[in-house]
Ligand binder design. Sequence first.
Ligand code: KIV
Ligand code: ZN
Length: 510
Amino acid sequence: MSEARRIKIFDTTLRDGEQSPGASMNLAEKVEIAQALVDLQVDILEAGFPIASPGDFEAVREIAGQIRGVTVCGLARCNTADIDRAWEALKCAESPRIHVFLATSAIHREFKLKMTQAEIIERAVAGVRHAVAHCDDVEFSPEDAARTERDFLAQVVEAAIQAGATTINIPDTVGYAVPKQLGETVAFLMNKVPNIDRAALSIHCHNDLGLAVANSLAAVENGARQVECTVNGIGERAGNCSLEELVMALKTRSDYYHADTRVNTRRLVPTSRLVSNITGLQVQRNKAIVGRNAFAHEAGIHQDGLLKERTTYEIMRPEDVGFAKTDLVLGKHSGRAALADRARAMGYRLTGEQLQTVFEQFKLLADKKKEVYDGDIAVLIEQEIRAVPHEEWALVSFHVTSSTASPPRVRLTLARGGQEFVEESSMGDGPIDAAFWATEKITGVKTVCKDFRVRSATIGHDAQGEATLEIEHEGETYRGRGVSTDTVEATIKALLNAINRIVFSKKPRD
Ligand code: KIV
Ligand code: ZN
Protein backbone atom coordinates (compact mmCIF):
# COMPACT_ATOMS: atom_id res chain seq x y z
CA MET A 1 0.00 0.00 0.00
CA SER A 2 1.30 3.48 -0.86
CA GLU A 3 2.38 5.73 2.01
CA ALA A 4 -0.24 8.19 3.33
CA ARG A 5 0.12 11.74 2.00
CA ARG A 6 0.52 14.33 4.75
CA ILE A 7 -2.20 16.98 4.42
CA LYS A 8 -1.48 20.28 6.13
CA ILE A 9 -4.21 21.76 8.30
CA PHE A 10 -4.51 25.53 8.02
CA ASP A 11 -6.81 26.73 10.75
CA THR A 12 -8.63 30.01 10.20
CA THR A 13 -10.89 29.99 13.28
CA LEU A 14 -9.34 33.27 14.44
CA ARG A 15 -9.76 34.99 11.07
CA ASP A 16 -12.58 33.58 8.90
CA GLY A 17 -14.15 31.95 11.97
CA GLU A 18 -14.23 35.25 13.79
CA GLN A 19 -16.25 36.65 10.89
CA SER A 20 -19.24 34.60 12.18
CA PRO A 21 -21.88 37.02 13.38
CA GLY A 22 -21.55 37.38 17.17
CA ALA A 23 -18.25 35.49 17.38
CA SER A 24 -15.83 38.29 18.06
CA MET A 25 -13.19 37.47 20.67
CA ASN A 26 -10.92 39.58 22.83
CA LEU A 27 -7.14 39.40 22.79
CA ALA A 28 -6.74 36.99 25.71
CA GLU A 29 -9.38 34.67 24.24
CA LYS A 30 -7.62 34.66 20.87
CA VAL A 31 -4.29 33.79 22.48
CA GLU A 32 -5.98 31.00 24.44
CA ILE A 33 -7.48 29.55 21.25
CA ALA A 34 -4.15 29.91 19.44
CA GLN A 35 -2.43 27.86 22.16
CA ALA A 36 -5.19 25.24 21.96
CA LEU A 37 -4.63 25.04 18.19
CA VAL A 38 -0.94 24.40 18.78
CA ASP A 39 -1.86 21.62 21.23
CA LEU A 40 -4.19 20.25 18.58
CA GLN A 41 -1.18 20.25 16.25
CA VAL A 42 -2.50 22.23 13.34
CA ASP A 43 0.23 23.21 10.87
CA ILE A 44 -0.69 26.82 10.20
CA LEU A 45 -2.93 29.19 12.13
CA GLU A 46 -4.34 32.30 10.55
CA ALA A 47 -4.40 34.75 13.44
CA GLY A 48 -6.28 37.62 11.77
CA PHE A 49 -6.39 40.36 9.18
CA PRO A 50 -3.99 42.97 10.63
CA ILE A 51 -5.13 45.99 8.64
CA ALA A 52 -8.81 45.36 9.44
CA SER A 53 -8.64 46.99 12.90
CA PRO A 54 -6.17 47.85 15.68
CA GLY A 55 -7.60 44.90 17.64
CA ASP A 56 -6.88 42.50 14.78
CA PHE A 57 -3.36 43.87 14.42
CA GLU A 58 -2.70 43.48 18.14
CA ALA A 59 -4.03 39.93 18.16
CA VAL A 60 -1.82 38.85 15.25
CA ARG A 61 1.22 40.55 16.80
CA GLU A 62 0.61 39.01 20.20
CA ILE A 63 0.10 35.51 18.79
CA ALA A 64 3.14 35.87 16.52
CA GLY A 65 5.24 36.96 19.50
CA GLN A 66 4.00 34.40 22.02
CA ILE A 67 2.94 31.26 20.26
CA ARG A 68 5.52 28.71 19.16
CA GLY A 69 5.38 25.40 17.30
CA VAL A 70 3.14 26.54 14.44
CA THR A 71 3.26 28.78 11.37
CA VAL A 72 1.40 32.02 12.14
CA CYS A 73 -0.32 33.63 9.20
CA GLY A 74 -1.84 37.08 8.63
CA LEU A 75 -4.20 38.08 5.84
CA ALA A 76 -3.67 41.02 3.47
CA ARG A 77 -5.35 42.37 0.39
CA CYS A 78 -3.13 42.74 -2.64
CA ASN A 79 -1.73 46.17 -1.86
CA THR A 80 1.41 47.44 -0.17
CA ALA A 81 -0.32 49.03 2.85
CA ASP A 82 -2.09 45.77 3.76
CA ILE A 83 0.99 43.65 3.19
CA ASP A 84 3.29 45.95 5.18
CA ARG A 85 0.82 46.02 8.05
CA ALA A 86 0.54 42.23 8.00
CA TRP A 87 4.32 41.92 8.10
CA GLU A 88 4.60 44.41 10.94
CA ALA A 89 2.28 42.17 12.98
CA LEU A 90 3.91 38.91 11.92
CA LYS A 91 7.60 39.63 11.95
CA CYS A 92 8.24 38.22 15.44
CA ALA A 93 6.70 34.87 14.60
CA GLU A 94 8.87 31.76 14.73
CA SER A 95 7.50 30.82 11.31
CA PRO A 96 5.54 33.70 9.68
CA ARG A 97 3.35 33.49 6.57
CA ILE A 98 1.74 36.35 4.66
CA HIS A 99 -1.55 35.44 2.97
CA VAL A 100 -2.38 37.74 0.07
CA PHE A 101 -5.73 37.61 -1.71
CA LEU A 102 -7.30 39.17 -4.79
CA ALA A 103 -10.62 38.32 -6.43
CA THR A 104 -10.44 36.74 -9.88
CA SER A 105 -13.98 35.73 -10.92
CA ALA A 106 -15.77 37.63 -13.71
CA ILE A 107 -18.44 38.84 -11.27
CA HIS A 108 -15.87 40.29 -8.87
CA ARG A 109 -13.73 41.71 -11.69
CA GLU A 110 -16.65 43.48 -13.28
CA PHE A 111 -18.70 44.69 -10.31
CA LYS A 112 -16.31 44.92 -7.37
CA LEU A 113 -12.86 45.64 -8.72
CA LYS A 114 -13.62 47.03 -12.19
CA MET A 115 -10.42 45.48 -13.48
CA THR A 116 -9.52 43.52 -16.59
CA GLN A 117 -7.95 40.07 -16.52
CA ALA A 118 -4.55 41.57 -17.39
CA GLU A 119 -4.81 44.09 -14.56
CA ILE A 120 -5.70 41.32 -12.11
CA ILE A 121 -2.60 39.35 -13.06
CA GLU A 122 -0.45 42.45 -12.78
CA ARG A 123 -1.84 43.31 -9.32
CA ALA A 124 -1.49 39.72 -8.10
CA VAL A 125 2.14 39.54 -9.21
CA ALA A 126 2.98 42.90 -7.63
CA GLY A 127 1.32 41.87 -4.35
CA VAL A 128 3.05 38.51 -4.14
CA ARG A 129 6.42 40.10 -4.98
CA HIS A 130 5.94 42.70 -2.26
CA ALA A 131 5.08 39.99 0.27
CA VAL A 132 8.05 37.85 -0.80
CA ALA A 133 10.32 40.82 -0.13
CA HIS A 134 9.31 40.50 3.54
CA CYS A 135 8.91 36.78 4.00
CA ASP A 136 9.77 33.47 2.27
CA ASP A 137 6.43 31.88 3.08
CA VAL A 138 3.72 33.55 0.98
CA GLU A 139 0.26 32.22 0.23
CA PHE A 140 -1.84 33.62 -2.59
CA SER A 141 -5.62 33.21 -2.83
CA PRO A 142 -7.57 34.05 -5.99
CA GLU A 143 -10.78 34.97 -4.17
CA ASP A 144 -13.93 33.36 -5.63
CA ALA A 145 -11.67 30.93 -7.51
CA ALA A 146 -14.44 28.34 -7.72
CA ARG A 147 -16.45 30.72 -9.96
CA THR A 148 -13.42 31.86 -11.98
CA GLU A 149 -12.95 30.74 -15.62
CA ARG A 150 -10.55 27.78 -15.37
CA ASP A 151 -8.09 28.95 -18.04
CA PHE A 152 -7.82 32.39 -16.47
CA LEU A 153 -7.47 30.85 -13.02
CA ALA A 154 -4.58 28.74 -14.31
CA GLN A 155 -2.88 31.87 -15.69
CA VAL A 156 -3.23 33.73 -12.37
CA VAL A 157 -1.93 30.74 -10.42
CA GLU A 158 1.07 30.33 -12.72
CA ALA A 159 1.92 34.05 -12.46
CA ALA A 160 1.59 34.03 -8.65
CA ILE A 161 3.93 31.04 -8.36
CA GLN A 162 6.35 32.70 -10.76
CA ALA A 163 6.28 35.78 -8.49
CA GLY A 164 7.24 33.64 -5.50
CA ALA A 165 4.04 32.31 -3.87
CA THR A 166 4.79 29.06 -2.07
CA THR A 167 1.15 28.11 -1.42
CA ILE A 168 -1.75 28.63 -3.80
CA ASN A 169 -5.11 28.52 -2.08
CA ILE A 170 -8.31 27.91 -4.06
CA PRO A 171 -11.25 29.51 -2.24
CA ASP A 172 -14.87 28.64 -2.83
CA THR A 173 -15.70 32.01 -1.32
CA VAL A 174 -19.48 31.80 -1.68
CA GLY A 175 -19.93 28.05 -1.13
CA TYR A 176 -21.14 27.50 -4.70
CA ALA A 177 -19.01 24.52 -5.73
CA VAL A 178 -20.05 20.87 -5.76
CA PRO A 179 -17.52 18.11 -5.07
CA LYS A 180 -17.00 16.64 -8.55
CA GLN A 181 -16.65 20.02 -10.20
CA LEU A 182 -14.25 21.41 -7.57
CA GLY A 183 -12.21 18.20 -7.71
CA GLU A 184 -11.94 18.69 -11.47
CA THR A 185 -10.80 22.30 -11.02
CA VAL A 186 -8.01 21.13 -8.72
CA ALA A 187 -7.05 18.33 -11.15
CA PHE A 188 -7.08 20.88 -14.00
CA LEU A 189 -4.68 23.18 -12.13
CA MET A 190 -2.43 20.26 -11.18
CA ASN A 191 -2.19 19.28 -14.86
CA LYS A 192 -2.24 22.62 -16.65
CA VAL A 193 -0.12 24.96 -14.50
CA PRO A 194 3.46 24.27 -15.62
CA ASN A 195 5.14 25.40 -12.36
CA ILE A 196 2.55 23.89 -9.97
CA ASP A 197 5.23 21.64 -8.45
CA ARG A 198 6.86 24.77 -6.98
CA ALA A 199 3.88 25.50 -4.69
CA ALA A 200 1.52 23.58 -2.43
CA LEU A 201 -2.09 23.64 -3.56
CA SER A 202 -4.61 24.45 -0.83
CA ILE A 203 -8.41 24.48 -0.64
CA HIS A 204 -10.72 26.85 1.28
CA CYS A 205 -14.44 26.03 1.19
CA HIS A 206 -17.48 27.79 2.57
CA ASN A 207 -20.53 25.86 3.62
CA ASP A 208 -23.47 27.67 1.99
CA LEU A 209 -24.76 24.45 0.43
CA GLY A 210 -23.56 22.26 3.30
CA LEU A 211 -20.79 20.91 1.03
CA ALA A 212 -17.64 22.46 2.49
CA VAL A 213 -16.20 19.23 3.89
CA ALA A 214 -17.19 17.15 0.84
CA ASN A 215 -15.69 19.77 -1.48
CA SER A 216 -12.46 19.91 0.53
CA LEU A 217 -12.16 16.12 0.44
CA ALA A 218 -12.69 16.15 -3.34
CA ALA A 219 -9.85 18.66 -3.61
CA VAL A 220 -7.59 16.43 -1.48
CA GLU A 221 -8.41 13.48 -3.72
CA ASN A 222 -7.26 15.50 -6.70
CA GLY A 223 -4.00 16.79 -5.30
CA ALA A 224 -4.63 19.51 -2.68
CA ARG A 225 -1.97 19.35 0.03
CA GLN A 226 -3.44 21.87 2.47
CA VAL A 227 -7.00 22.32 3.73
CA GLU A 228 -8.27 25.54 5.32
CA CYS A 229 -10.85 25.00 8.00
CA THR A 230 -12.24 26.19 11.32
CA VAL A 231 -13.07 24.53 14.62
CA ASN A 232 -16.79 23.64 14.73
CA GLY A 233 -17.00 24.91 11.12
CA ILE A 234 -17.67 28.46 12.32
CA GLY A 235 -17.27 31.30 9.85
CA GLU A 236 -18.89 33.84 7.57
CA ARG A 237 -22.59 33.00 6.85
CA ALA A 238 -22.99 29.19 6.95
CA GLY A 239 -19.36 28.81 8.00
CA ASN A 240 -16.24 27.12 6.71
CA CYS A 241 -15.07 23.55 6.30
CA SER A 242 -15.22 21.97 9.75
CA LEU A 243 -11.75 21.00 10.96
CA GLU A 244 -12.88 18.07 13.08
CA GLU A 245 -15.01 16.55 10.30
CA LEU A 246 -12.29 16.89 7.69
CA VAL A 247 -9.59 15.45 9.95
CA MET A 248 -11.69 12.50 11.07
CA ALA A 249 -12.86 11.77 7.51
CA LEU A 250 -9.22 11.52 6.41
CA LYS A 251 -8.29 9.42 9.42
CA THR A 252 -11.29 7.10 9.42
CA ARG A 253 -11.19 6.61 5.64
CA SER A 254 -7.44 6.50 5.21
CA ASP A 255 -8.10 3.27 3.28
CA TYR A 256 -9.72 5.46 0.62
CA TYR A 257 -7.87 8.79 0.78
CA HIS A 258 -4.39 7.44 1.64
CA ALA A 259 -3.89 10.73 3.42
CA ASP A 260 -3.51 11.84 7.01
CA THR A 261 -2.85 14.93 9.10
CA ARG A 262 -0.63 15.78 12.07
CA VAL A 263 -3.66 16.63 14.23
CA ASN A 264 -3.88 15.09 17.70
CA THR A 265 -7.48 13.95 17.34
CA ARG A 266 -7.90 13.49 21.10
CA ARG A 267 -7.81 17.27 21.42
CA LEU A 268 -10.78 17.73 19.03
CA VAL A 269 -13.55 17.74 21.65
CA PRO A 270 -11.72 19.94 24.19
CA THR A 271 -10.83 22.42 21.42
CA SER A 272 -14.39 22.40 20.14
CA ARG A 273 -15.67 23.12 23.69
CA LEU A 274 -13.17 25.91 24.15
CA VAL A 275 -14.14 27.63 20.90
CA SER A 276 -17.83 27.20 21.64
CA ASN A 277 -17.45 28.62 25.14
CA ILE A 278 -15.40 31.59 24.02
CA THR A 279 -17.47 32.50 20.97
CA GLY A 280 -20.83 31.65 22.52
CA LEU A 281 -21.65 29.68 19.34
CA GLN A 282 -23.14 26.45 20.61
CA VAL A 283 -22.43 23.17 18.88
CA GLN A 284 -25.58 21.44 17.66
CA ARG A 285 -26.21 18.16 19.48
CA ASN A 286 -26.07 16.02 16.36
CA LYS A 287 -22.96 17.72 14.95
CA ALA A 288 -20.62 15.08 13.51
CA ILE A 289 -17.58 14.23 15.66
CA VAL A 290 -18.00 16.79 18.49
CA GLY A 291 -21.77 17.03 19.04
CA ARG A 292 -23.08 15.63 22.33
CA ASN A 293 -25.06 12.98 20.47
CA ALA A 294 -22.31 12.06 18.01
CA PHE A 295 -21.67 8.77 19.82
CA ALA A 296 -25.03 8.29 21.58
CA HIS A 297 -26.84 5.14 20.47
CA GLU A 298 -30.57 5.25 21.11
CA ALA A 299 -32.06 2.37 19.12
CA GLY A 300 -32.26 -0.94 20.97
CA ILE A 301 -30.97 -2.88 17.97
CA HIS A 302 -27.92 -0.61 17.80
CA GLN A 303 -27.24 -0.91 21.53
CA ASP A 304 -27.52 -4.67 21.30
CA GLY A 305 -25.14 -4.76 18.32
CA LEU A 306 -22.66 -2.47 20.09
CA LEU A 307 -22.57 -4.66 23.15
CA LYS A 308 -21.85 -7.68 20.98
CA GLU A 309 -19.22 -5.94 18.84
CA ARG A 310 -18.51 -2.19 18.95
CA THR A 311 -17.74 -1.91 15.23
CA THR A 312 -21.24 -3.06 14.25
CA TYR A 313 -22.46 0.50 14.72
CA GLU A 314 -19.42 2.61 15.57
CA ILE A 315 -16.90 3.73 12.93
CA MET A 316 -14.80 5.82 15.33
CA ARG A 317 -14.06 5.48 19.04
CA PRO A 318 -15.34 8.38 21.15
CA GLU A 319 -12.08 8.47 23.09
CA ASP A 320 -10.14 8.98 19.83
CA VAL A 321 -11.81 12.37 19.32
CA GLY A 322 -11.45 13.37 22.95
CA PHE A 323 -14.69 12.31 24.62
CA ALA A 324 -13.87 10.86 28.02
CA LYS A 325 -13.98 7.09 27.79
CA THR A 326 -16.86 6.68 30.16
CA ASP A 327 -19.23 9.27 31.51
CA LEU A 328 -18.09 8.06 34.92
CA VAL A 329 -20.19 9.42 37.70
CA LEU A 330 -18.58 11.27 40.62
CA GLY A 331 -20.34 11.87 43.92
CA LYS A 332 -19.91 13.59 47.23
CA HIS A 333 -17.36 11.05 48.40
CA SER A 334 -15.10 11.63 45.41
CA GLY A 335 -11.87 13.38 46.31
CA ARG A 336 -9.87 16.14 44.70
CA ALA A 337 -7.57 13.66 42.94
CA ALA A 338 -10.56 12.04 41.21
CA LEU A 339 -11.82 15.44 40.12
CA ALA A 340 -8.37 16.48 38.87
CA ASP A 341 -8.09 13.23 36.96
CA ARG A 342 -11.50 13.72 35.33
CA ALA A 343 -10.70 17.33 34.41
CA ARG A 344 -7.46 16.20 32.77
CA ALA A 345 -9.26 13.46 30.85
CA MET A 346 -11.70 16.08 29.59
CA GLY A 347 -8.82 18.16 28.28
CA TYR A 348 -8.67 20.89 30.91
CA ARG A 349 -5.45 22.12 32.46
CA LEU A 350 -6.19 23.76 35.78
CA THR A 351 -3.89 25.60 38.11
CA GLY A 352 -3.85 24.43 41.74
CA GLU A 353 -5.93 27.45 42.69
CA GLN A 354 -8.51 26.82 39.96
CA LEU A 355 -8.74 23.15 40.95
CA GLN A 356 -9.36 24.14 44.55
CA THR A 357 -12.23 26.50 43.61
CA VAL A 358 -13.78 23.96 41.25
CA PHE A 359 -13.46 21.30 43.96
CA GLU A 360 -15.32 23.49 46.45
CA GLN A 361 -18.09 24.10 43.89
CA PHE A 362 -18.15 20.39 43.10
CA LYS A 363 -18.68 19.51 46.76
CA LEU A 364 -21.59 21.97 47.01
CA LEU A 365 -23.11 20.49 43.86
CA ALA A 366 -22.59 16.91 45.03
CA ASP A 367 -24.57 17.77 48.14
CA LYS A 368 -27.52 18.86 45.99
CA LYS A 369 -27.14 16.23 43.28
CA LYS A 370 -26.43 12.57 43.92
CA GLU A 371 -24.55 11.98 40.72
CA VAL A 372 -22.17 14.45 39.10
CA TYR A 373 -21.53 13.87 35.39
CA ASP A 374 -18.85 15.11 32.99
CA GLY A 375 -21.25 17.79 31.73
CA ASP A 376 -21.66 19.11 35.30
CA ILE A 377 -17.91 19.20 35.82
CA ALA A 378 -17.39 20.95 32.48
CA VAL A 379 -19.75 23.79 33.42
CA LEU A 380 -18.11 24.23 36.83
CA ILE A 381 -14.67 24.40 35.23
CA GLU A 382 -15.80 26.75 32.46
CA GLN A 383 -17.39 28.98 35.06
CA GLU A 384 -14.08 29.17 36.94
CA ILE A 385 -11.69 29.58 34.03
CA ARG A 386 -13.85 32.12 32.29
CA ALA A 387 -14.64 34.20 35.36
CA VAL A 388 -14.51 37.96 34.99
CA PRO A 389 -11.26 39.19 36.61
CA HIS A 390 -13.21 41.37 39.02
CA GLU A 391 -16.74 40.43 40.15
CA GLU A 392 -18.38 43.78 40.88
CA TRP A 393 -21.89 42.49 41.50
CA ALA A 394 -22.83 39.20 43.16
CA LEU A 395 -26.14 37.50 43.77
CA VAL A 396 -27.13 37.26 47.43
CA SER A 397 -30.68 35.92 47.19
CA PHE A 398 -33.85 36.05 45.12
CA HIS A 399 -37.46 35.15 45.49
CA VAL A 400 -39.80 34.93 42.51
CA THR A 401 -43.44 34.06 42.22
CA SER A 402 -45.14 33.48 38.93
CA SER A 403 -48.58 32.25 37.96
CA THR A 404 -51.08 32.43 35.11
CA ALA A 405 -53.34 34.60 37.27
CA SER A 406 -51.08 37.48 38.26
CA PRO A 407 -47.94 39.27 37.07
CA PRO A 408 -44.64 37.80 38.26
CA ARG A 409 -43.13 39.24 41.41
CA VAL A 410 -39.45 39.28 42.25
CA ARG A 411 -37.44 40.28 45.29
CA LEU A 412 -33.76 40.41 44.42
CA THR A 413 -30.77 41.11 46.67
CA LEU A 414 -27.39 41.84 45.12
CA ALA A 415 -24.12 42.74 46.78
CA ARG A 416 -21.37 45.12 45.77
CA GLY A 417 -18.29 45.87 47.84
CA GLY A 418 -19.80 44.36 51.00
CA GLN A 419 -23.04 46.36 50.71
CA GLU A 420 -26.42 44.83 49.89
CA PHE A 421 -29.04 46.29 47.55
CA VAL A 422 -32.64 45.10 47.34
CA GLU A 423 -35.21 45.56 44.60
CA GLU A 424 -38.81 44.39 44.56
CA SER A 425 -40.75 44.59 41.35
CA SER A 426 -43.70 43.12 39.51
CA MET A 427 -42.57 44.10 36.03
CA GLY A 428 -42.11 41.84 33.05
CA ASP A 429 -43.87 38.99 31.28
CA GLY A 430 -42.54 36.16 33.40
CA PRO A 431 -40.11 35.32 36.19
CA ILE A 432 -37.03 35.68 33.98
CA ASP A 433 -38.12 39.01 32.58
CA ALA A 434 -38.88 40.22 36.10
CA ALA A 435 -35.42 39.13 37.27
CA PHE A 436 -33.88 41.06 34.35
CA TRP A 437 -35.80 44.20 35.33
CA ALA A 438 -34.74 44.00 38.94
CA THR A 439 -31.08 43.34 38.06
CA GLU A 440 -30.94 46.33 35.71
CA LYS A 441 -32.65 48.49 38.29
CA ILE A 442 -30.13 47.69 41.02
CA THR A 443 -26.97 47.79 38.89
CA GLY A 444 -28.07 50.78 36.83
CA VAL A 445 -26.69 49.09 33.70
CA LYS A 446 -29.10 49.30 30.77
CA THR A 447 -28.89 46.38 28.36
CA VAL A 448 -30.70 44.96 25.35
CA CYS A 449 -30.92 41.20 25.30
CA LYS A 450 -29.89 39.82 21.90
CA ASP A 451 -29.78 36.13 22.63
CA PHE A 452 -30.78 34.04 25.61
CA ARG A 453 -30.65 30.28 26.05
CA VAL A 454 -31.06 27.82 28.86
CA ARG A 455 -29.92 24.26 28.48
CA SER A 456 -29.52 21.34 30.74
CA ALA A 457 -25.85 20.49 31.26
CA THR A 458 -26.57 16.82 31.91
CA ILE A 459 -29.48 14.42 32.29
CA GLY A 460 -31.97 13.85 35.11
CA HIS A 461 -34.47 15.98 37.03
CA ASP A 462 -31.70 17.44 39.20
CA ALA A 463 -29.51 18.40 36.23
CA GLN A 464 -27.74 21.75 36.29
CA GLY A 465 -29.19 24.44 34.04
CA GLU A 466 -26.74 26.56 32.09
CA ALA A 467 -27.96 29.98 30.99
CA THR A 468 -26.02 31.84 28.30
CA LEU A 469 -26.90 35.24 26.98
CA GLU A 470 -25.67 37.99 24.75
CA ILE A 471 -26.53 41.57 25.62
CA GLU A 472 -25.85 44.87 23.97
CA HIS A 473 -24.73 47.90 25.95
CA GLU A 474 -23.74 51.19 24.31
CA GLY A 475 -23.23 49.48 20.95
CA GLU A 476 -20.96 46.72 22.30
CA THR A 477 -21.87 43.07 22.71
CA TYR A 478 -21.17 41.22 25.97
CA ARG A 479 -21.70 37.56 26.78
CA GLY A 480 -22.59 36.03 30.10
CA ARG A 481 -23.12 32.55 31.48
CA GLY A 482 -24.46 31.23 34.73
CA VAL A 483 -25.01 27.77 36.14
CA SER A 484 -27.34 26.46 38.79
CA THR A 485 -29.77 23.64 39.41
CA ASP A 486 -32.36 26.46 39.39
CA THR A 487 -32.82 28.04 35.95
CA VAL A 488 -33.91 31.47 37.28
CA GLU A 489 -30.78 31.58 39.43
CA ALA A 490 -28.67 30.51 36.43
CA THR A 491 -30.22 33.35 34.42
CA ILE A 492 -29.56 36.01 37.06
CA LYS A 493 -25.97 34.78 37.36
CA ALA A 494 -25.55 34.92 33.56
CA LEU A 495 -26.84 38.48 33.46
CA LEU A 496 -24.59 39.52 36.35
CA ASN A 497 -21.66 37.86 34.60
CA ALA A 498 -22.29 40.00 31.49
CA ILE A 499 -22.84 43.14 33.60
CA ASN A 500 -19.58 42.49 35.46
CA ARG A 501 -17.84 42.31 32.07
CA ILE A 502 -19.34 45.69 31.18
CA VAL A 503 -18.22 47.21 34.47
CA PHE A 504 -14.76 45.63 34.13
CA SER A 505 -14.34 46.89 30.55
CA LYS A 506 -14.93 50.44 31.78
CA LYS A 507 -12.39 50.32 34.61
CA PRO A 508 -9.15 52.18 33.90
CA ARG A 509 -6.24 49.78 33.30
CA ASP A 510 -2.55 50.04 34.12
O1 KIV B 1 -13.43 32.89 1.39
C1 KIV B 1 -12.45 33.50 0.94
O2 KIV B 1 -12.32 33.75 -0.25
C2 KIV B 1 -11.44 33.94 1.88
C3 KIV B 1 -10.15 34.40 1.31
C4 KIV B 1 -9.66 35.62 1.98
C5 KIV B 1 -9.16 33.28 1.35
O3 KIV B 1 -11.62 33.84 3.07
ZN1 ZN C 1 -13.25 32.40 3.49
